[in-house]
Design a protein around this ligand. Structure first.
Ligand SMILES: [Zn+2]
Length: 272
């Protein structure tokens, strides 16, 4: 089988790429809807791959992880652009003030006069319309054989918010995985070599590769995936071994916890 991650790795510096192997264990029942699917009695069938195995799509995990990493980086004091609208993301950052044009945001190897060479920590990892992502997410695929997973239908009804009663004729059925069976979903995140910062030597850039540390911190904040989370579906926990990564050292945490100071211009503007 041809794997996209392998193809890209062979065309880049394979010596410094790495990966994170993930296992999500579902605590309740999962409901990841597959629009346009047929072959089920439900109004919202559950997503499956070609082998009939349940799947949590890579795009959903990437989006949630980006959101959680953005929250953590902002809380630590880093200036982060506003996704997902291209105009407010790096390098345009329309309407945003902040200290974006400093060394840590310089992805290097470009013309020094190029105004598009500064990208925030999150864009350096997850990419934006002008910078490729360093990360490749695989789908999280259920390890249980499809024959052992019965079709479970969960009824629901649309509530009229104004009258606080059930809407007439709005009964629907969701397909979910069986509840409380601790289904395991496995997947991988491949991390491509980091952007080399112009002011750093190779040795320095290796010690401050924050990718894994920030992503694992973000992963700890993901407690549910899929639809109907507020009604208890999709709640999960991650296999704890993923968080014990020997590559994450004190230098990485020191780097993440010491963001560059905010620019003076912003402070003066507030004072006026
Ligand atoms: Zn950005």
């Amino acid at each position: 089988m041809i794997r996209l991650a392998d193809l890209n790795q062979s065309s880049t510096q394979t010596n410094s790429s790495s990966s994170i192997s993930l296992t999500a264990i579902i605590d309740t029942a999962l409901c990841v809807g597959a629009g346009g699917s047929s072959g089920s009695l439900s109004d919202k069938p559950i997503l499956k791959n070609a082998e009939g195995k349940l799947v949590i799509p890579a795009s959903q995990l990437k989006g949630r992880l980006r959101h959680e990493c953005e929250k953590i980086a902002r809380a630590l004091g880093w200036d982060i652009c506003e996704s997902p609208v291209a105009q407010t993301m790096c390098p345009q950052r329309a309407g945003l003030t902040g200290n974006f044009e400093h060394d840590h945001y310089d992805v290097g190897d470009r013309n020094p006069d190029d105004s598009t060479r500064h990208h925030c920590l999150i864009c350096q990892l997850f990419g934006n319309p002008s910078l490729p992502s360093r990360l490749q997410f695989s789908d999280l695929v259920c390890t249980e054989h499809p024959d052992n997973i019965p079709e479970v239908l969960r009824p629901g009804v649309t509530i009229n918010r104004r009258r606080c009663t059930a809407e007439e004729g709005k009964l629907f059925f969701l397909e979910t995985s069986p509840a409380n069976t601790a289904l395991r979903f496995k997947g991988t995140i491949h991390i491509q070599p980091r952007w080399k910062l112009t002011h750093q030597t190779d040795e320095e850039s290796r010690t401050t590769d924050f990718a894994k540390a920030l992503m694992l911190a973000g992963l700890k904040h993901i407690h549910a995936l899929g639809g109907s989370k507020s009604t208890g579906l999709g709640w999960l926990h991650w296999e704890p071994s993923v968080f014990r990564d020997p590559q994450i050292n004190d230098h990485v945490w020191a780097f993440l916890s010491s963001p560059p100071p905010h620019i003076k211009k912003e402070v003066n503007h507030e004072a006026n």
